[in-house]
Design a protein around this ligand. Structure first.
Ligand code: GDP
Length: 446
């Protein structure tokens, strides 16, 4: 996804700033201009970018920062916070409760992925124990009901719709009533989308909303919408009480910055993102981990402090030495996995790094994650010393991969997956090392 490019550009701007010997107004302005340019190129609305720049300048008042303050970190943190603020309207959206009927209505332009997303949303909740049901109130698009029916059948979710009835309000009400009687606890209403914002679409949406009294209205937006995102999202919000946003097609080549704008326009959080055409390609959206990942930065501001705080004194020099060398070997990964499994102190340090244990061990999935880590360790047990101490993934040619797979009784695919994980963590580690080195160059300690 192209949002990664945005993250890369911002991370580079911050890194360039870190390389400057003295951080003064000029360096800060250059860095902020670079970040603003990247955001604008990714289709974030101009006003949001301008406000962000002004906010950071206000927060990072270089004149008032006493000497010895780590300006680079304060700036990094301010950029991070502002990006989070853009994506977080500050209030959570309504969340349906199991066993209590909730009606959730979906709105959005035709082609945004609304119908697909309705089913993904239903399927996601079904897997977690809800009893969802789908109502097709899209009487405008021929084939809409068939599409919903097909998706619903595949995922074994009850559905309601009609080929004959042309009044979407009537269908929506009948569908909701039917499923309420059946004690379904999550009733999802799909509404018509049109090619562009037109009065008739908004009027119909308003009527369906008034008649079904949804607990939550979700605005579905295609990530490729670009600079039009803000106006479009705002137009929907002005017609109905949008309470949450889902951005689709994040797997594509869209710039994705429109997502930031949509949050601002609707003052509603992004709750999920669509990452493919399949039912499972649907992810919960969390602002902080997303921004951390976007910037490839993790919680660096706290990272070094945490090492000093939680790693036993006798282990600190070794870990810091490894960090300063910047070389992240598979052996080091193995040791960190051992720590994560023990949840020892270094495990805590690693848990601060998005992309490491927070992803390896997402909350609620600890068991699966532990199994995954153990699987990786079994495969590493089949590696030679040279392999474990190498920092070069290219060493792992086909025959080595096959040997490791055979030796550990896993598939080649499993080994490749582990190598991908290694590359991801190595990247995180090298960024941490770069930060640590920059600190040393500038004579700062944590
Ligand atoms: P609607 O007109 O808004 O109801 O849109 P549809 O649900 O019919 O989706 C339009 C197209 O987008 C279909 O081909 C979907 O398979 C596709 N689609 C929906 N969500 C995603 C997504 O997250 N990623 C990708 N790649 N395609 C998606």
């Amino acid at each position: 996804m192209v949002l990664a490019q945005l993250g890369g550009s911002i991370a580079r701007a911050l890194q360039q700033m870190s390389n400057a010997t003295i951080i003064d107004e000029k360096v800060l302005s250059e860095c902020l201009n670079e970040i603003s340019r990247a955001l604008l190129q990714s289709d974030v609305q101009f006003k949001l970018v301008r406000d962000m720049q002004a906010n950071i300048k206000r927060i990072v008042n270089l004149d008032e920062l006493a000497a010895g303050h780590n300006k680079r970190r304060i700036i990094q943190q301010a950029v991070f916070n502002e990006l989070c603020k853009m994506l977080d309207p500050g209030k959570p959206s309504f969340t349906p409760k199991k066993g209590k009927t909730s009606v959730v209505m979906f709105v959005g332009l035709q082609g945004s992925g609304k119908t697909t997303t309705c089913t993904k949303y239903a399927y996601y909740h079904q897997k977690k124990g809800w009893k969802p049901a789908l109502v097709c109130a899209d009487t405008f698009r021929a084939g809409a009901f068939d599409q919903l029916k097909q998706n619903a059948t595949k995922t074994k979710i009850p559905y309601y719709g009609s080929y004959m009835e042309s009044d979407p309000v009537k269908i929506a009400v009948e569908g909701v009533e039917t499923f309420k009687k059946e004690n379904r606890d999550l009733i999802i209403v799909d509404t018509s989308g049109r090619h562009k914002q037109e009065a008739a679409l908004f009027e119909e949406m308003r009527q369906v909303s008034e008649a079904t009294k949804p607990d939550l209205i979700i605005f579905v937006m295609d990530s490729s919408i670009g600079q039009a995102a803000f106006d479009q999202a705002q137009a929907f919000k002005q017609s109905v009480a949008v309470g949450a946003v889902i951005i689709t097609k994040m797997d594509g080549h869209a710039k994705g910055g429109g997502a930031l704008s949509a949050v601002a326009a609707t003052k509603s959080p992004v709750i999920f993102i669509g990452t493919g055409e399949h039912m499972e390609e649907f992810e919960v959206f969390d602002v902080k981990p997303f921004v951390s990942r976007l910037l490839g930065m993790g919680d660096w501001s706290g990272f070094m402090d945490k090492i000093h705080e939680v790693v036993p004194t006798d282990q600190q020099p070794e870990l810091l030495q490894k960090l300063s060398e910047g070389s992240f070997t598979l052996r080091l990964m193995y040791e960190q996995f051992q720590n994560i499994l023990k949840m020892g102190p270094i495990g805590q340090v690693f848990s601060m790094l998005p992309g490491s244990s927070s992803e390896l061990m997402p909350k609620g999935h600890e068991k699966e994650s532990q199994a995954k880590i153990k699987r990786y360790m079994t495969m590493m047990d089949s590696m030679t010393n040279a392999e474990l101490d190498s920092t070069n993934p290219k060493l792992f040619n086909d025959s080595r991969i096959m040997r490791i797979a055979r030796g550990s009784g896993r598939s080649v695919r499993d080994v490749m997956e582990m190598m991908e994980e290694y590359k991801r963590l190595a990247k995180i580690w090298s960024l941490a090392a770069a930060n640590a080195q920059a600190d040393r160059r500038h004579g700062r300690s944590s």
